[in-house]
Structures are given as structure tokens and as C-alpha cells.
Design a protein around this ligand. Structure first.
Ligand code: PHE
Length: 347
């Protein structure tokens, strides 16, 4: 055990030296996968923990994960330093010639925002499974966001989703979830329905590392004659494995939503600590929640005049920021909206 701790210390100092001496992003990326990737020495140490009794595992896992975090942070600041140097060099060495319009040609190309590329990745997976895309509205009224979804006025569930109203009469609001679009789809179409709704949602919440007042969701809705919870589970499992490209453990945890019954939240095995339960991202639980789902509540079908004996359905809502943070190992949601080029150019 002592040897492991010594080895971790050696790995850190070796990584620091390499990071300090690297002068370009390509090299830095290589160092990043060498020290943080699945085949890294630190990951090997974590995987080999099984050979120790439980009480000793925790200390090594904690030290190894702290080492990973340190190395990750040093890489991030080095990356910013290199990017900044590149920009400074570019502008300082070139003389401005006002007679030419192509001074900075070729212009550096823009890149997709990580939220957009994550959305695109998710959409591609569901499109291949036969889902069509429905565009909902950002501005909704009480009926679509709450009432028709079995959340009556004065129901405490409304407090959970602190709402931004945009008029004094509280008739118009910014949707608090993409589930509002379920009602539009069902009002406009009859079953079979198999759609996803990507979009932005709004909640009057205090911002912190994991909460933002604006974020993105992808809603899924399937309605047909014979739809079961097994169909829901199958599609979610398929999606998770396809999206993360890893054979992650996944669990369905019983939960509660007004508009689904039964309801569940889906957790995946923590990507950061590989289920060793020593990490801040999963609060030492080894699991990270990624979506809410369930079988459509009969009251929701009643609101859109669907025959509740004839049709069954399932729905799910995926949190895009959540899933992007896990995939790209980002530990602060606010980074997505800070418009910091050094951050955005990494993707
Ligand atoms: N609308 C829920 C939320 O925002 C997620 C959800 C969607 C749950 C569909 C069940 C079914 O938390």
C-alpha cells in the first residue's frame, strides 16, 4: 500500500515535469491521455485495488483520484497558457497593414459549442432508432407546462420547478422542462408517436457549479398500442452505451414525476471514479444521475383525449449539460456559458 502511494507521488511529479515542458496543444493532449486515460498508470492502480482489504482501498483510491484531479487542473491551466501565448504571438509579430483586407487570413475557424455537439450526438442516436424531431416552444402557458401534465394549480410540485413568468397575470412562462412539448405533439398527432424534442429550458434557480437558470434537455415520447416499461429500459440502455461508447453500469432508481407512473431516474456508474466511490462528482456514491423517465400517466392521455385503454406510452427527459459534463469531464456547468475561447476551443 505504501508503495502505491509512493508510486502515485512519482507519477504526479513526472506528469508535472512533462506538462511544464510541453509547448503545444497536441503534446498536451497526449500527456492528458497518458496520465488520465483508461490505460494510465493511475487508472491501473485504481483497478488493482481489489487486492487490498476494503478499508485500505479507500485511502489509495482517494489519493489516486486526487492525483488525477491535480494533473487535470495543471493541464487545463497549461492549455490556457499555450492558447494565450499563441494569440499574443500572432498579434505581436504581425504588423498591421491597413491597405489589406486579408491580414488575418486564413481566419481561425469557429467550432461547435460542446452543448450543440452533445445534442447532435444524442439526436443522431435517436434518429437511427426511428425517432423524429419535434420543435417545442420556449414560451409556454400554464396548460402545456403544468396543467395538462397532471400538475394542477397550487400543487406543491410546481414549487420544485421555480418558474420564470413573463407577464404579471402569470399566464405566460418560460418552459421549465421540455415535457411541455409532449402535449403539443399529442394534440397535433394521433398515435403511433415516436419523437424527441431538443431544446432550452429555464428555471429560477441559484446558479452554482451544477445548476444554471438556463439549460438544455432532450425529451423523448413514444405512444403506441403495446408499449411497456421494458421498451423504455431497452432504449435507454442502448442510448447510454452508444453515447458513452463504454460498457457502463446503469441503474433505474424508482422516482416520482407527476406525468409518469411508474417513474424512474437513471444513474450511470461514475465516469470519474469508476465506481470506487471516492469522488466529489458523484458525492461518493459511485453513481451519476442522467435522466428522468417513466410510463405516461393516464391523466396526461386524458388531457389530450387519447383513449387510455387503447394506448400506452413512455417518456424521458435527458439533461444535456449533465451528460456533456460527464462525457467531457467538466466540473462546473457555468463554463458552458462563460464564452471563454480557451475553454471552447478545446472541443
Ligand atoms: N421533465 C422532467 C424534468 O425536467 C424529466 C422527465 C421527462 C421525467 C419525461 C419523466 C418523463 O425533470
Amino acid at each position: 500500500m505504501k508503495n502505491d502511494i509512493i508510486e502515485i507521488e512519482q507519477i504526479i511529479s513526472e506528469a508535472y515535469t512533462k506538462i511544464e515542458n510541453s509547448q503545444n496543444i497536441t503534446l498536451l493532449n497526449k500527456i492528458s491521455s497518458e496520465y488520465l486515460g483508461k490505460k494510465s498508470k493511475l487508472s491501473k492502480i485504481i483497478r488493482a485495488l481489489v487486492k487490498y482489504p476494503i478499508d485500505q482501498r479507500k485511502e489509495i483510491a482517494l489519493t489516486a483520484n486526487q492525483a488525477k484531479n491535480h494533473i487535470k487542473n495543471v493541464i487545463i491551466s497549461k492549455r490556457q497558457e499555450i492558447l494565450l501565448n499563441n494569440v499574443n504571438n500572432k498579434y505581436n509579430t504581425k504588423q498591421i497593414d491597413c491597405s489589406t483586407t486579408s491580414l488575418y487570413f486564413p481566419f481561425s475557424r469557429g467550432s461547435f459549442h460542446p452543448i450543440i455537439s452533445t445534442m447532435e450526438d444524442i439526436i443522431t442516436i435517436f434518429k437511427l432508432l426511428g425517432f423524429s424531431i419535434f420543435e417545442g416552444n420556449d414560451i409556454e402557458n400554464d396548460w402545456y407546462n403544468f396543467e395538462a401534465l397532471n400538475i394542477p394549480q397550487y400543487h406543491p410540485a410546481r414549487d420544485i420547478q421555480d418558474t420564470f413568468y413573463i407577464d404579471e397575470m402569470k399566464t405566460k412562462l418560460l418552459r421549465t422542462h421540455t415535457s411541455a412539448a409532449q402535449i403539443h405533439v399529442m394534440e397535433e398527432q394521433s398515435p403511433p408517436i415516436q419523437i424527441i424534442v431538443p431544446g432550452r429550458v429555464y428555471r429560477n434557480e441559484t446558479q452554482n457549479t451544477s445548476h444554471s437558470s438556463t439549460f438544455h434537455q432532450i425529451e423523448g415520447l413514444v405512444v403506441n398500442k403495446y408499449v411497456t416499461f421494458v421498451d423504455l429500459k431497452t432504449i435507454i440502455k442502448y442510448f447510454v452505451h452508444k453515447f458513452f461508447e463504454r460498457d457502463l453500469k446503469i441503474r433505474f432508481r424508482p422516482s416520482y414525476f407527476q406525468f409518469t407512473e411508474p417513474s424512474a431516474e437513471v444513474d450511470i456508474q461514475c465516469y470519474f471514479c469508476d465506481n470506487t466511490k471516492c469522488c466529489s462528482v458523484c458525492s461518493n456514491s459511485g453513481w451519476i444521475e442522467i435522466l428522468g423517465c417513466g410510463m405516461v400517466h393516464p391523466n396526461v392521455f386524458k388531457s389530450v383525449n387519447y383513449d387510455t385503454y387503447k394506448y400506452k406510452g413512455y417518456a424521458f427527459g435527458i439533461g444535456i449539460e449533465r451528460i456533456a459534463m460527464i462525457k467531457y469531464q467538466i466540473d462546473d456547468i457555468r463554463l458552458f456559458y462563460a464564452n471563454d475561447l480557451a475553454f471552447l476551443q478545446q472541443f
